[in-house]
Write a protein that binds this ligand. Structure first.
Ligand SMILES: O=C(O)C[C@@H](Cc1ccccc1)C(=O)SCC(=O)c1ccccc1
Ligand SMILES: [Zn+2]
Length: 169
């Protein structure tokens, strides 16, 4: 089922998520719900804390929400940063109405477990590399706004305060 996506400054987005010890039916259901929620929100990735879960689970599909033909689910994902630096314009489903330049590593090596319990080890570059870094940051409680300039961050914080005031009235 589609779950609510938490938005900044919800403190649950800052949680350091725990390793998954056992792949239970509950984990499988969460992964299915995260994929459905990601597609519904036109995303190419989603991390468990974005739907209020505190385990190290991410889903990615860089083929995009229209194609939906390359869904990958990763349990306890870990990245080796290999080489290169790249600047990209990022957004986040948990940080509405903000896009900003983020500098990331170009090539990464992913170590994870898939839903069948098999070990995964793949090298990634391009959009998949960026998406994996963005999603695994979420598992560590890091949002891309933690990586932008203090000025841009404070401007966004002021916008959020205005939205919250308006929501209260
Ligand atoms: O908030 C999230 O984790 C989802 C986010 C992940 C992301 C991946 C790569 C760069 C920035 C952020 C998104 O999916 S934002 C949507 C997006 O970037 C996109 C959507 C369709 C096609 C291409 C990109
Ligand atoms: Zn995000």
């Amino acid at each position: 089922m589609i779950r609510e996506i938490l938005t900044y400054p919800d403190r649950r987005l800052a949680i350091e998520c725990e390793e998954i010890e056992e792949i239970t039916d509950e984990i499988r259901q969460l992964a299915a719900d995260m994929a459905e929620t990601m597609y519904d929100a036109d995303g190419i990735g989603l991390a468990a804390p974005q739907v209020g879960a505190t385990c190290r689970l991410i889903v990615v599909d860089v083929s995009g929400p229209e194609a939906r033909e390359d869904l990958r689910t990763y349990i306890n994902p870990r990245l080796e940063l290999l080489e290169g630096k790249v600047d990209t314009e990022e957004g986040c489903l948990s940080v509405p109405a903000l896009r900003s330049k983020v500098t990331r590593t170009e090539k990464v090596r992913l170590h994870a477990t898939d839903l069948d319990g098999n070990a995964v080890c793949i090298d990634a570059d391009g959009l998949l590399s960026i998406c994996l870094q963005h999603e695994i940051d979420h598992l560590d409680g890091t949002l891309f706004i933690d990586k932008i300039s203090r000025l841009k961050r404070s401007l966004y914080d002021n916008k959020v305060k205005k939205w919250q005031k308006r929501a209260k009235n």
